[in-house]
Design a protein around this ligand. Sequence first.
Ligand code: SF4
Length: 334
Amino acid sequence: MNDEIPRAKFRASLVRWFRKNGRDLPWRLTRDPYAVLVSEIMLQQTQVATVIPYFERWMQKFPDTQTLARASETDVLHAWQGLGYYSRARNLHRAAQAIAGKYNAIFPRELDVIRELPGVGRYTAGAVATFAFDQATPVVDANIARVLARLLDLQTPVDSRAGGEALWKTAGELQPKREARIFNSALMELGALVCTPRAPKCGQCPVAKFCRATNPESLPRKKPRRKTVELLENCAFIFSRDKILLEQQTNSRWRGLWKLPQLDAPNGEPLLQSHYPFTHHRVRLSVFATSKKAARAHCKWHAVDALPAMAAPHLRAVATLLAKRGVAAPVASL
Ligand code: SF4
């Protein structure tokens, strides 16, 4: 389709709109590749409004790769607490260590070298290359995928190999040689503000005349979802003298974080039940009052006003149960 698009006119319309309407997001005000990487990793699976305060606190605490590389994993996980998907924080930590060590604290500029950093895939590498170094390289995130699928009226699922390739190819063909940073930001911003998942504002769209979509809300198409499977998680609430017993996790998702101790044989009615998503699972967390005998290996007492980095669903459960006892929630923004 983009063969038929007058590319120069398309870019000019989009960029003109962006210069007038683009938001001053904190990571757009910097060309520091480390700051761009931090923002991109945080923005994976997390809303912009949630990320902004985390990003600002993070950049104060770990202003450069050397500072982050030197930090302990406990400090890193604590700063990430509440954002979820902790493997992102661990990868960011490892990426900083690689840059500080292997590259003498000089952020690499080459796309294929950036892509070798831990936790950095095709999109993130392209985002750092274009937003920090202004390189003319395509980026396709969820916002851009939606805009392009609609512009192309693409009926192939965007999460299929063929659909993905069509999007990356189009994104590459639309790239300007100069000021790619602005163009990619503009395309992304169009998806965030105008070409939204529901009720796209086609009447206000600066590129409407280039768009082929007849039923934009039906796009992008995706492969059918896997069925959600419910998992049960039973845990113990053991609280004494302003201290709570927690269990440190050793498995990959939560490794290093603390949770309420697992309970193999729960008894009686739960004090609290909640749900949280985990890939294609829905976990039902039930918390039971139990005696200290339930303590398992890796369990330790923690003062409630100095809790370690915890898995977010468990931190929320602890805050709720402590609030019921008149004890202040351990973290203000859960
Ligand atoms: S015209 Fe509508 S569907 Fe097409 S790109 Fe603009 S907002 Fe999206």
